[in-house]
Design a protein around this ligand. Structure first.
Ligand code: ADP
Ligand code: MG
Length: 271
C-alpha cells in the first residue's frame, strides 16, 4: 500500500513512499487505539499508517477528539497501541518491556506540552536538568549541558528563574530546552503554541525550525493553519483516521516572519 501523500504549494508532488521505508524514523502501520469505558469502547485511532523520515517537520491537525493526542502519546511511547506496528528508529517498541520502553523514550524523544509542564518550585535550570537525572547523569557535566540547552533557546540569562518569574514564551522555551538535553532525534509537541500570543508563538516556531535545521525531526499538533504554515508537512486526522497527508513545498520562515512583525511589546509575566 502506498502512503497517499500529495503536495501543496508550488512545484511538483513529492514521490509517494511505500510503507516499508527503511529510512523512516517513525514507521506506523495499521495502528489502533481503543479506550474501554463503562459506557463502551472509544476507537480513538483506527488503523493509522504513516511514515516520518528523519529531518521532517510535521503538523498534525484535526478537530478536537480526532485522535491527535492519542497518536502523539503512542509515538512518544507514553502509551501502548491496541494493535498495529510501531517502529521507532527501527525498534519495534511493542515488544519492549516497560523499563526498556522508558529508556528508549528518554534517549530518543523530547516532549513539549501546551501548558509547559514545568515544576513550579524549580528554577529553569533545575527543570532542564530533570531528564538528565532520569538518564543517570549528575554533577558539573549535567549542569553545563543544562546551561547550554538554555543558551540554545535564548534563556542563558534566566537559568535561576522559577516558572512564575518567566513569561509564557520563556516558560515554553525552557520546556524546549528540557526536551533537548538528552539529545533526542525527535521532538513531539502537542499544541506548543496553544497558550501563547501570536508573536510568542512565532518565536517558539522559530526555535523549533532552528532545531529542525540541525536535523531534529519535529512533530507538532496544532489547530492553527498559521502555525502549520511553518511546517514541512500537514497530516490531518478525523475520527481516528488520517484523511489528508500533504507536503508543504514552501514552509514559511518564522525568523523572517518575526522580522516583519511590529516591534516587540513587553511580555506579560505568567502568574
Ligand atoms: P485530540 O487530541 O485530537 O483532541 P484525543 O486523542 O485526545 O483527541 O481523543 C480521541 C478520542 O479518544 C476522543 O473521543 C477522546 O474522548 C478519547 N480519549 C482520549 N483519551 C482517552 C482516555 N484516556 N480514556 C478514554 N477516552 C479517551
Ligand atoms: Mg489533544
Amino acid at each position: 500500500m502506498l502512503n497517499g501523500r500529495t503536495a501543496v504549494g508550488v512545484g511538483t508532488p513529492s514521490a509517494e513512499r511505500t510503507e516499508a521505508n527503511p529510512a523512516a524514523i517513525i514507521h506506523v502501520e495499521r495502528l489502533t487505539k481503543d479506550y474501554v469505558l463503562a459506557a463502551g469502547i472509544v476507537h480513538a485511532l483506527r488503523a493509522v499508517t504513516l511514515d516520518v523520515n528523519p529531518g521532517e517537520f510535521v503538523a498534525i491537525m484535526g478537530a478536537s477528539g480526532s485522535g491527535k493526542s492519542t497518536f502523539m502519546n503512542l509515538i512518544g511511547c507514553l502509551d501502548r497501541p491496541t494493535s498495529g506496528t510501531y517502529l521507532l528508529d527501527g525498534i519495534d517498541v511493542a515488544n519492549l518491556a516497560r523499563d526498556e520502553l522508558a529508556l528508549v523514550r528518554n534517549r530518543k524523544v523530547g516532549f513539549v506540552f501546551q501548558g509547559f509542564n514545568l515544576l513550579p518550585r524549580m528554577s529553569a535550570l533545575g527543570n532542564v536538568m530533570l531528564p538528565m537525572i532520569y538518564a543517570g547523569l549528575s554533577g558539573e557535566a549535567m549542569r553545563n549541558r543544562g546551561l547550554a540547552a538554555l543558551d540554545a533557546v535564548g534563556l542563558g540569562d534566566r537559568a535561576d528563574h522559577r516558572p512564575a518569574q518567566m513569561s509564557g514564551g520563556q516558560q515554553q522555551r525552557a520546556a524546549i530546552a528540557r526536551a533537548l538535553v538528552n539529545g533526542p532525534s525527535i521532538i513531539l509537541a502537542d499544541e506548543p503554541t496553544g497558550n501563547l500570543d501570536s508573536r510568542t508563538s512565532v518565536e517558539v516556531m522559530a526555535i523549533l525550525q532552528q532545531l529542525n535545521a540541525h536535523g531534529i525531526t519535529i512533530i507538532i499538533v496544532t489547530h492553527e493553519s498559521d502555525i502549520a504554515a511553518y511546517c514541512k508537512r500537514f497530516v490531518r486526522f478525523k475520527d481516528g483516521r488520517v484523511i489528508q497527508d500533504q507536503t508543504n513545498l514552501s514552509p514559511r520562515s518564522a525568523a523572517a516572519a518575526l522580522a516583519e512583525l511590529p516591534a516587540e511589546e513587553p511580555e506579560v509575566m505568567a502568574s
